[in-house]
Design a protein around this ligand. Structure first.
Ligand code: BT5
Length: 256
């Protein structure tokens, strides 16, 4: 059986709005450079900007997020998290957990928020804080849905089609937004519970890792924890634990 017998899912605004539910206000752009950039220009809580073709998608540290037209679920949701400042760093981790919940048990999370299936990246997340009287978070999510191998930009990527998973972009948007709402609710009411759920889903924990730190030497060691600030705790050598808040993790070899 071919892995992807289903046609590519269309995006229609009424269907997207219905899937999202009344808590969100959905906008659909046929093409736009970056949904995060659009959302940042009018960061009203509950706003969701979806596009069928993102032409200049952004990753972290000015990297590129590349998706051909009609292949992906690329969107940004604006939220007013109403969180104590100390829990803000958990928002990207919560978002990874939300996407994992919407896709299914096949998914693992590489710290901080790469969404993986069998070590390949199926979704990238970019959370940006916009300052205002009440600061808001623009949560940008790009899920590879219909891409074939030839349509993926790097060989470390995969898509839901390649993995023979659910590929209706509208259903997926509804699922991710539901999980985001409940994840934010849990972050407010029970942040420790959310952190415990993240640790369960995080495939980095227990691995030997190399962490590429912005502007510093790589850190090599065993990933032993994710702390309450969302930092990865690495046992660099006996007796020396280092907590990092940003960086790219390479899993050096499997757990165990
Ligand atoms: C991310 O950055 O993974 C965050 C990507 C966020 C994209 C969403 S889409 C909606 C919203 N609007 C935006 O403009 N952005 C957000 P980072 O961890 O820096 O990973 C970027 C790296 O992933 C690149 O350097 C490539 O190596 C790789 N990459 C690029 N496109 C990819 C894709 N479609 N699938 C998997 N990997 C990809």
């Amino acid at each position: 059986m071919p892995p992807n017998p289903s046609p590519r899912s269309p995006l229609e605004l009424p269907d997207l709005q219905e899937a999202a539910g009344p808590d969100w206000h959905v906008e659909l752009l046929e093409e736009t450079p970056s949904t995060n950039a659009v959302a940042r220009t009018g960061p009203d809580p509950h706003r969701v900007v979806v596009t069928n073709h993102q032409t200049q998608g952004r990753g972290r540290l000015d990297r590129v997020w590349a998706t051909p037209a009609g292949t992906s679920l690329t969107f940004s949701a604006v939220v007013d998290p109403q969180l104590e400042p100390r829990w803000w760093p958990m928002i990207p981790l919560m978002t990874g957990l939300a996407v994992a919940g919407a896709i299914g048990p096949e998914v693992g999370l590489k710290w901080p928020n790469d969404v993986l299936i069998d070590s390949r990246k199926v979704c990238g997340i970019l959370v940006e804080r916009v300052e205002a009287a009440d600061p808001v978070a623009v949560i940008g999510i790009g899920i590879n849905v219909h891409q074939t191998h030839a349509e993926l930009p790097v060989d470390t990527a995969t898509s839901l089609a390649i993995e023979a998973l659910q590929q209706d972009r509208t259903t997926l948007l509804g699922g991710v937004l539901r999980e985001l709402r409940s994840g934010l609710g849990q972050l407010r009411s029970d942040p420790q519970g959310l952190l415990a759920a993240y640790r369960e889903r995080c495939v980095t924990l227990g691995r030997d890792v190399r962490v590429q730190l912005p502007g510093a030497d790589d850190l090599v060691g065993r990933a032993v924890d994710v702390d309450e600030s969302g930092r990865l705790v690495v046992a660099a050598e006996p007796g020396r634990h280092v907590a990092v808040s940003a960086g790219d993790v390479v899993h050096v070899r499997p757990a165990g």
